[in-house]
Design a protein around this ligand. Sequence first.
Ligand code: NAD
Length: 499
Amino acid sequence: MPETQSDLSLPYNGKLFIDGEFIESEGGNRFDVEDPASRDVIGSVADGTAEDIDIAVDAARDAYETCWRQLSARDRGEYLFAVADAIEDEFEEFVELETLENGKPLEQSRSDVREAAKTFRYYGGGADKYHGDTIPEKRDLFDYTVQEPYGVVGSIIPWNWPPMHTADFTAAPIACGNTVVLKPAPEAPLSSLKMAEIWQRVLPDGVVNVVTGSTEPGVRLSRHDGVNKIGFTGHTETGTKIMESAAQTITSVMLELGGKNPNIVLPDAPLDDAVAGTVAGLLTNTGQACAGCERLLLHEDIADEFLDAFIDHISALTIGPGIDSETDIGPLANAKQYEKVTDYISLGKSEGATVLYEGEVPEELGDGFYVPPVVFGDVDGEMRIVNEEVFGPVIVVRKYSSVRDAIEIANDTEYGLTGAVWTRDARVGNRLARRIDAGIVYINNYDNGTFLGAPFGGFGRSGMGKKLAFEETMQEFTRTKTVRTRVASEDLDELDDYY
Ligand code: NAD
């Protein structure tokens, strides 16, 4: 298994992927990518510039006009199936690379890569099944609609599930007939570049292009007047900037943003399930999951019993490198996130929250970006630790005395991505699901993994638009055109006069 840069054979080291070729950045600069478990350098990546984006957008436009838009939807679907097959052929290589660049335990990387392949297959199958409408005639006029691609899609993605985000923001757009310029996060660009090796073999040149780098290429992409649609996943603050940029060119945006998700445990909840689900909701990907639960709302009658079991469960988990199959909790994915999460833990303490539990990082783990789980109690609705997304293994606990209180606390947030309810009463669970102001609600589970076909996207400042769905996602990456055509009118007896 590769562990250092010298062991990794990365033909795309230091290169961008534009028009079917791996090429140097115009600026000639690079930056290193670290293994978060050891801080060893595992790759050197091109620090793309605004000029690189211009070149990539031109290549994407050319591929759109001369090739991709002219194919039948069924032929495009076949290309996507070939991408899915190729990902599956290199499955374990993708898994190891993701764990190396991102730190997550191998089993979680497996699920991520599996989803990435499925996403290409799903939208490959969907390419020829998304149709327009026919609209009833009005005298001698008849309308029908066609779903047309936008043209060039700019996709800007984060670092927490690199293969899946890469697939989410390329598969559906190209299935719909668009071409793509993809800007991966600087903290985890290698999975996208590995995917580019497959696109180089399987897709026509220029259909997907990859420009790595930090903020500059992202800013250029979101302002580019050759880009017709922006798909973005990341922080709410960045989403706001992207929307402002896109407003200059009236470009449509799809935004998948942050969350501060409530997890409500009712007094009649199946407690063992609720504890296990909450642990998974908090610690999957070491808490770096937009849909993860950072707010735990416990009914006062069961709060102590729940917390004892919850803390017992967390303290039995193993912290370690993702590459080790015994590991339950890997390191945080990068230095930036390590600083951010440790700052929030200090902030929670200085704001006066009580530390109900703080795990320990085994000394032998050395310099990796390890942060143990932290459970805060005695918090109030004014604290930043209660209101701001930490994106790490940190949870705040609030007690409530009535369902009405629970709903009020749950909805007291600017976000609206996910929420969860635990109860034995299905009627109450479903009623609460309707009252929680969020795009996705889990009842008696915290399965925050993705499920293709089930729309995924937030309310409020958690974003706009849905990924992973069929209808809504295909709609997102197409424009509806109405064609009004004249037909012979029965009123005018035209048919009788014909021939
Ligand atoms: P981020 O916003 O810092 O960066 C995301 C991407 O945007 C990166 O590629 C980055 O280089 C680029 N970028 C940064 N500034 C930009 C600008 N001004 N213009 C254009 N592009 C710019 O987010 P992150 O730290 O990579 O990811 C963590 C965030 O992503 C969390 O808030 C998390 O909740 C969110 N997220 C949301 C979902 C979802 O589906 N809702 C999924 C995963 C992550």
